[in-house]
Unconditional design. Structure first.
Lengths: 320, 320
DNA sequence: CGCTATGTTGGTAACGTTACCAACCGCGAG
DNA sequence: CTCGCGGTTGGTAACGTTACCAACATAGCG
């Protein structure tokens, strides 16, 4: 008990005893067993479970960093798992996290079945969703202003005189893919532009698929003069294809690009790129902040949604 | 006990009893307490502690992913901490990890004091270092072929006829910074080129500092005609500055670049970029593999070093 | 000088789990 | 019919920790 008290701050322990305890701790290389600590009822484990869909994507790396920062500020650690968009893996991760007595969960949910996230399954463990919502699950959520960003980005192309604007994005079952498409579609129809299914490609998960989709689109008899790309992977793929056409002297338009998600050196691209930028790290910080406000009881029961704004960065030079 | 046996696989439990147990588990939303489990002597916690220096850097995100993959294949989870190159924070993380009974540690070490990593402090917990070595610490380590990559990259510039080649990199106390500088220096002196301190800048930690360093270098009366950049952050910074000069019509050379670390769309840059590429995810996988070979006892006592090869990607077009 | 108040110390129990052991069951062989 | 054996079941203890309580020492006060 004296050791426990000393390590807990030393209240009501004589200073010379504390000194002897600390000396023994140093000599023995003693570390307090945190697992045994959290075994006692009511004791938090100090762990936050974080599951994201793709750690290789720098956006999620930054997201994880934001969560880790806030967790560290509150004296917690994060256990991190990668789901790879596989909901079986997500289920497995969540149940492992709960088994390790995490104080809370932060997820970028996959699109599959979400029965394992229902309150009756999670018990007292608070959950915060990031980036995506889960249908029918009313919990704290941090989102980006996907619709507004996509709308404003598309409008900037329309303002520049484009009317035939292609769309590259995720399939509609992905939450952000659906929202960003909605923003695009809304801008197009509001301005009387036609959304032609021939220049809408919504099933690319990686850079290569995005390149192929851009190529098919630009090889049409009536290719788009501009492309709205709904995420980083599609932007990189489209840009690769555009660069290839320029290098190889392929005739046809050199489409302007609007990219939802930033990428480095976008200002040096051979065609003008408008970037819809956002702060993944802030998204992570915000998710963690929501979680901790639950943990310290400073939030009422109602589920909250935070929608973070996006900013639009126009190309430095008017055209290439 | 019957519940424990059922959940452990059901050996020597009647099938109908197993069924009743599983039904109760489902009904009650029961999760086995992993912390209590690992409390019993000899039981592993199933956790691997991972501390990296900068999760915002996509390389470390990929590194963490590689570790996570291999850990998941072995049924473990990772606890992740970000040190931000702060060795006090590293110490704190390591002692917390040990307090949580991690089965092993994987670190990208900071450059400070490393007393907390000595075997007598870590006890039985195996440690693997990644990317960097710690002076005087003889443990399993995964490195890149920094010297060889930097050497070959520099040689490619010399072969192209450059003799005045600038260097952008980390200060020499950073392990990789030192090694990459060595490769550069070795190539230069071997070929009789002069390493001029005026075009060597070794103290940039972020993109902005790298831009400023590149600017100062290119503003010299005798600017370099090519630049060797020792890491991703310096490459991006240098490229920004080069792009700015092209855009603003600043007179002077448009230096060719060799970049240690890949970046996306390097083929679309306005000056030719040679990339010294490597696989951070593989680095993570390799580190985890070393760790697990310790854990299952299949490695003998001697510390091992794995040096992963790098590949060199030349620009698609000879010049811009 | 005795009483109380305060500070200090350590004994005990409980958290959830599983290794070990003891008890019990039914079945087949002698 | 009895004995022994393998399969099944649950009691007990222990892992390391801390809340609670009891015991004790000391100081202050009347």
């Amino acid at each position: 008990m004296t050791v426990s008290r000393t390590l807990a701050g030393g209240r009501n322990v004589r200073p010379d005893v504390q000194e002897r305890v600390m000396a023994a701790v140093r000599e023995l290389g003693y570390y307090r067993n945190e697992n045994a600590r959290s075994l006692r009822p009511g004791q938090p484990s100090g762990l936050i479970g974080v599951a994201i869909t793709n750690l290789a994507n720098p956006y999620y790396g930054n997201f994880a960093l934001g969560v880790e920062e806030v967790a560290a500020e509150h004296g917690r650690r994060i256990i991190l798992g990668n789901t790879g968009e596989d909901d079986a893996r997500e289920r497995q991760l969540v149940s492992d996290f709960i088994g390790r007595q995490v104080d809370g969960l932060i997820l970028v949910p996959t699109s599959g079945d979400a029965a394992h996230l229902r309150p009756e399954r999670l018990g007292e463990v608070p959950l915060v969703l990031a980036s995506r919502r889960v249908p029918g699950l009313d919990v704290d959520t941090v989102l980006l202003d996907d619709v507004g960003g996509a709308y404003r980005g598309t409008v900037s192309l329309l303002d520049a005189g484009h009317t035939r604007i292609g769309f590259l994005g995720n399939r509609s079952s992905v939450f952000t893919g659906e929202r960003r498409y909605r923003g695009y579609e809304q801008a197009m129809t509001e301005r009387g532009a036609v959304v032609d299914p021939a220049v809408v490609a919504r099933d690319q998960q990686d850079v290569d698929a995005a390149s192929r989709a851009a190529r098919a689109m630009l090889d049409l008899d009536a290719p788009p003069t501009a492309i709205f790309s709904a995420n980083n992977r599609n932007t990189i793929g489209a840009m690769r294809e555009i660069g290839r056409r320029i290098r190889d002297g392929v005739p046809g338009p050199r489409p302007a690009l609007v990219s939802f998600d930033d990428f480095e050196l976008s200002e040096l691209m051979p065609v003008p790129v408008t970037v819809i930028d956002h702060d993944a790290r802030l998204l992570g910080r915000e998710a963690a902040t929501l979680l901790f406000s639950r943990l310290d009881g400073s939030a009422d029961d109602a589920a909250r949604t935070v929608e973070l704004p996006v900013s639009i960065e126009f190309p430095l030079s008017p055209a290439a």
